[in-house]
Design a protein around this ligand. Structure first.
Ligand code: PGA
Length: 241
């Protein structure tokens, strides 16, 4: 695990964006698995600026996403489908047929996951972008999730529902389940980029970096990955030294 500690959220985002741009430069057909949440928002703004300044071309990039709430409609402002389009895809030249997001509005979630897993098999990930939950989750793989799981429907913990309630009118509105790539699929990425910012992430970052590899902290498995880069701001890294 390579760790970069940056001054603040903006410098963390700049470093993350530059890694993503370099990946696409070196392989225009890169398969990238994107994260949602608050942490990558500035990174995505920087990618949009780079695209507008002709510094990066997404025309051949294939995208996947880590997860999606279940059930949720695509047009729902809290869906990750909506998030990805609003915060990145609508502003760059990625082609629609190259965008793959689990459908939170499907009739049969098991089948949806099965079909998605087949698509991933055909498009191995070159880069996986991850945030980390304050409870150490990656994607929606909550504490206790098996490291062996590839994809599936998951129950969100009350901690995650509380964390994510800020986007909804109340915590009772947060879907109680999600479709998520499992840890085995995340770990299959050739390169993993983890970003974390702020004091709220301090404990999760400490458990990930310093703790034992243990399913209680899903992110701890990333220590086993051969090409994992962690970009932290000072606050998120404050318990590492
Ligand atoms: P956040 O979420 O970026 O909104 O903090 C991270 C996560 O839960 O993975």
């Amino acid at each position: 695990m390579k760790i970069h500690i940056t001054e603040n959220y903006n410098s963390m985002s700049e470093k993350a964006a530059s890694i993503i741009i370099k990946q696409i430069e070196s392989k225009p057909k890169s398969v990238i698995c994107f994260a949602t949440g608050t942490t990558p928002l500035e990174t995505y703004k920087l990618l949009i600026n780079a695209y507008k300044n002709k510094k990066v071309d997404f025309s051949k990039v294939v995208s996947f996403n880590l997860d999606e709430y279940y059930p949720i409609q695509k047009k729902d402002k809290n869906s990750y489908f909506y998030y990805m389009h609003k915060n990145l895809f609508d502003h760059i030249n990625i082609s629609d047929e190259n965008i793959n997001i689990l459908n939170g509005d499907c009739q049969d979630p098991e089948l949806e996951c099965l079909n998605h897993a087949k698509k991933i098999k055909k498009h191995p990930f070159d880069l996986v972008i991850l945030g980390i939950g304050s409870n150490g989750h990656i994607g929606f793989n909550e504490p206790g999730s098996s490291f062996e799981k590839r994809i599936g429907i998951v129950n969100l913990t009350s901690n995650t529902i509380k964390d994510n309630a800020r986007f909804f009118s109340s915590s009772s509105q947060v879907p109680k389940q999600a479709l998520s790539l499992g840890i085995k699929t995340i770990m299959s990425g050739k390169k993993i980029l983890v970003i974390a910012s702020g004091k709220k992430k301090t404990n999760a970052v400490k458990d990930m970096v310093k703790g034992k590899i243990n399913e209680k902290c899903p992110a701890s498995i990333l220590k086993k990955h051969k090409n994992c880069v962690l970009i932290l701001d000072k606050d998120a890294a404050s318990q590492l030294t």
